[in-house]
Each structure stands twice: as structure tokens, then as C-alpha cells.
Write a protein that binds this ligand. Structure first.
Ligand code: GLP
Length: 241
């Protein structure tokens, strides 16, 4: 595990964008595993800026996202489809058929999980996986207690995750309680993993996940065992390490 300390959110985002851009430059047809949440927004903005300057080309890149809420349509502004489109894809040269996410409205749960696992294997796996970190140590939507050996599956979100997500939903709007997520097995099979963390509210879980014992009770802790795992945190997030 390599740890890079960034000054602040902006610095963390720039460092992460640098690593992802390097991957795209070295392998223009690479497969990027992408994440949602507030943490990667700055990273996407930085890459958009470099794309607009002509420094990075996504025309041959493929992307697979970690997760999607179950029961939400792709057009719903709370969906991860919508997030990725508005925060990243519509600003760069990537076609719709180069980007994959689980389908929240899929009729059959098991078939959707199988379909998504097949998409990832057909692409030849993930070259670089970008991750944020949930306050309870979840990555994607792999909640504490989820087995490490799973592929894509449908999960019941924990109360703390539902509460954290509710900040993004309007009052009275129903916050999804289930989601599709790529499993820890698939994440661990990525060639390189980059986790980004920012803010003092993440300091405790960063310490637990990356400097404590490896346990399914803290899903992110298994990343310590990946041969090419990079953690980029700002000073606040790394303040307890
Ligand atoms: C959600 C996403 C995760 C993300 C987490 C943290 O649960 N499914 O992929 O890492 O939120 O989000 P934030 O970056 O907003 O703290």
C-alpha cells in the first residue's frame, strides 16, 4: 500500500486525476472502474479541464461504475447514471456505449448481477479502480459484514448509509434502501486500486480501514492486501494515521 498525503481536497483531486490520466496515456484503451459520491467530483473536474485543454483523450477508454440504486430509473437525478453523465461523461469524449453501470430498473435481480459481471469480464477486467470510502468502511455499496468473495450483488443498505445518502434527496423523497454493487472480489481483481479520502469526518474510518486489522466488518480493510493499492488522502482525512 502506498499512501500519499495531499494538502487539501483540491490537491487530493489533482493527484488522483494525475494517476488516472497517466493510466489513460499509457494504455489508451484501458478500463477504468469509476465511483460516485462527493469525493471524486473534484477528480472528474480536473480531468475534464485537462481534456478541454487537449491533454487527455478518452475516445478508446471504457468505464464500469461500482454501483447503482435499485428501483431508480437512469433519468432520475438521484441515480448514479445521472451523476456520472452530468459530472463527467457529457463533458468528455466518451460515447454512451463505452460506459457501463448496473441497471437500477432491471426486472430480475440475479440476471442483472450476472449481466454486469459478464460485462466486466468481457472487457477483460478493470485496469484502474477509483474508490471513495463510506463512513462505515464500505466501498461501492459493499456494507460491513458482506463477504469478501462476492461478485456483483444486490444489497440492503445499512441505516447509516441510508442516512448519509438522504442528504442528497429532497425532503419527503424516498431514499433507496437497496442497491446493486460490484463485489469486493471484482474490486480486488483490478490491476491498480486508487482510494481517495477527504475531510476530518473520514479520519477515524481511514485509520480503522487502512491501519487496522483486515476484516469484513470494515470492507475497505481488504485493500491493504492488494499488491498495487494507492491511498490519497488530504491532511484532515489522514490526521489520525
Ligand atoms: C456512496 C457510494 C460510495 C462512496 C460513498 C462515500 O455510498 N456508493 O461509492 O464511496 O458514498 O461518499 P462520499 O464520497 O460522498 O463521502
Amino acid at each position: 500500500m502506498q499512501v500519499y498525503k495531499a494538502k487539501d481536497y483540491r490537491d487530493m483531486s489533482r493527484k488522483a486525476a494525475n494517476l488516472i490520466s497517466a493510466q489513460v496515456i499509457l494504455k489508451p484503451d484501458c478500463v477504468l472502474g469509476l465511483a460516485t459520491g462527493s469525493t471524486p467530483i473534484g477528480t472528474y473536474q480536473q480531468m475534464i479541464e485537462w481534456y478541454q485543454k487537449g491533454d487527455i483523450d478518452f475516445s478508446r477508454v471504457k468505464t464500469v461504475n461500482l454501483d447503482e440504486y435499485k428501483g431508480i430509473s437512469n433519468e432520475n437525478p438521484q441515480s448514479y447514471h445521472y451523476f456520472m453523465k452530468t459530472q463527467f461523461f457529457q463533458h468528455i469524449n466518451i460515447r454512451e456505449d463505452q460506459s457501463y453501470l448496473p441497471e437500477g430498473m432491471a426486472e430480475e435481480e440475479k440476471a442483472e448481477c450476472e449481466r454486469y459481471d459478464n460485462v466486466i469480464s468481457r472487457l477483460g477486467g478493470i485496469d484502474l479502480q477509483l474508490l471513495g470510502l463510506g463512513h462505515n468502511g464500505h466501498i461501492g455499496f459493499n456494507e460491513p459484514g458482506d463477504a469478501f468473495q462476492l461478485g456483483t450483488h444486490c444489497v440492503a443498505l445499512s441505516d447509516s448509509t441510508i442516512k448519509a445518502n438522504s442528504r442528497l434527496f429532497a425532503k419527503g423523497e424516498k431514499v433507496p434502501e437497496q442497491a446493486y454493487t460490484v463485489g469486493m472480489k471484482t474490486i480486488m481483481q483490478a490491476g491498480k486500486i486508487l482510494c481517495i479520502v477527504s475531510g476530518s469526518d473520514k479520519a477515524e474510518i481511514v485509520k480503522k480501514a487502512f491501519f487496522g486489522p483486515v476484516t469484513p466488518a470494515v470492507p475497505a480493510s481488504i485493500l491493504q492486501l492488494h499488491p498495487d493499492f494507492i491511498l490519497i488522502g488530504d491532511e484532515e482525512a489522514l490526521s489520525m494515521c
